[in-house]
Ligand binder design. Structure first.
Ligand code: PLP
Length: 399
């Protein structure tokens, strides 16, 4: 580790916590990243479900290089006809269930959520916005307002006042659906809760939620920022669970490693953003041509190599190889998004240190510090799964 660089990082790069991981990265390839000394780390986080196609993916790197050489930023979003953006929007529209065919590109997950909330208010002319308890949707004011209570309170309290007329209901709780009414503009929901520690939907829950929203005329927004682009074993979790929202938010893996977000709806709903007022939602960099070229290459890579078709089997292999370890209390999983439950935070903190020592990058969850995360690049091989499990099990033995 370069000590001077580390000191400069701590001094000049704004810090988000008092305890950053402080691992210097020299390069990354496939499911590994390497320190300048050449120490490999299995990347089992994928930058929080970003690097689904693996690090240094040739198709993505070449698309970035080509597009950067052709042109980068020309004009604010929505004015110019830029081929990577148009082709990516078309591919997304073709891959999503009808009527989700109109794509608004932004730069990040939180921005996608902001756009979706504004669209729902604009379309319904209502103000109440409902989220799920233990939800995480981003750190901007609007997205933070939708952070589910009570777990989000610690963060929200420090930044109030946030958006008015928001409330959180219990995920997977049918009774709470009656709190969605004719006053409700939208319900924002992750089809599989991520930062709550991987909570898949109960049988029939998303269907009941869809039905209630339709009954009262509220828009259903799925936050597929973490679950999208193959993570749960279908290109989009809505396909896995068979429920189509009115708006879907994407980011993270959408850009193939480059910053890109989007909210997607039907043309009918989306068109309300173009008038009264015009320019009601605008962005300079949203849908940057290099990011769209990267995202397009990444999605084509997933499709051409049938990567998503193998995700469920690979996730199940991780589960199978870990579930009988005595330190593992439970595994919660959707595709290759796993929470390995240890039952105690002390054990989790200890295993995080052991992981760093042994070359495993994992993480805990914002609202769950008793389980560690496995969301490896979807291109991980069976051999790499078995080898990373061997290291994980050695660390579990030392708890
Ligand atoms: N929604 C979900 C489900 C997320 O997991 C995240 C980030 O972790 C976000 C939204 C926010 O995305 P971003 O960090 O790109 O703003």
């Amino acid at each position: 580790m370069n000590d001077i660089l580390r000191k400069q990082f701590l001094r000049h790069v704004a810090q988000t916590s008092p305890a950053p991981q402080l691992i210097e990265v020299a390069r990354a390839e496939g499911v590994f990243f390497y320190t300048p000394e050449g120490k490999p780390y299995y990347d089992l986080v994928s930058g929080v479900s970003v690097n689904n196609v693996g690090h240094g993916n040739r198709a993505v790197v070449e698309a970035v290089q080509r597009q950067a050489a052709d042109y980068m930023h020309i004009m604010v979003y929505g004015e110019m006809v830029e081929r990577p953006q148009v082709e990516f929007a078309r591919l997304l529209a073709e891959s999503l269930p009808e009527p989700l065919d109109s794509v608004y590109f932004l730069n990040s997950g939180a921005e996608a959520v902001e756009g979706a909330l504004k669209l729902a208010k604009r379309y319904t002319a209502r103000t109440e916005m409902i989220s799920m308890r233990r939800a995480y949707h981003g750190s901007t004011h609007g997205a933070m307002s939708m952070m589910g209570q009570p777990e989000g309170e610690e963060w929200k309290c420090a930044f109030r006042p946030l958006l008015p007329d928001t409330k959180a209901i219990r995920f997977n709780n049918i009774e709470d659906l009656s709190l969605i009414t004719e006053r409700t503009a939208c319900v924002l929901c992750e089809p599989v809760q991520g930062e709550a520690g991987v909570i898949p939907p109960a049988d029939g829950y998303l269907q009941a939620l869809r039905q209630r929203c339709t009954e009262v005329g509220a828009l259903l927004i799925f936050d597929e920022i973490q679950t999208g682009m193959g993570r749960t074993g279908e290109m989009f979790a809505m396909q896995k669970y068979g429920v189509t929202p009115d708006i879907v938010c994407l980011a993270k893996a959408l850009g193939g490693g480059m910053p890109l977000g989007a909210f997607i709806s039907s043309q009918k709903i989306m068109s309300t953003l173009t008038h009264n007022p015009v320019l009601g939602h605008i962005t300079t960099f949203g849908g940057h041509p290099v990011c769209c070229a990267a995202g397009l290459a990444a999605m084509r890579f997933l499709q051409d190599n049938k990567v998503v078709e193998d995700v469920e089997r690979k996730g199940a292999l991780y589960e199978e190889l870990l579930k009988d370890h005595p330190a593992v209390k439970e595994i919660r999983r959707s595709g290759m998004l796993l929470a390995v439950e240890l039952g105690e935070s002390e054990k989790l903190y200890k295993i995080m240190d052991l992981f760093i020592e042994e070359g495993i990058m994992s993480d805990w969850f914002l609202y769950c510090d008793t389980a560690f995360r496995i969301s490896a690049p979807l291109v991980i091989t069976d051999e790499e799964i078995r080898d990373s499990v061997r290291i994980i099990r050695n660390c579990l033995d030392r708890l």
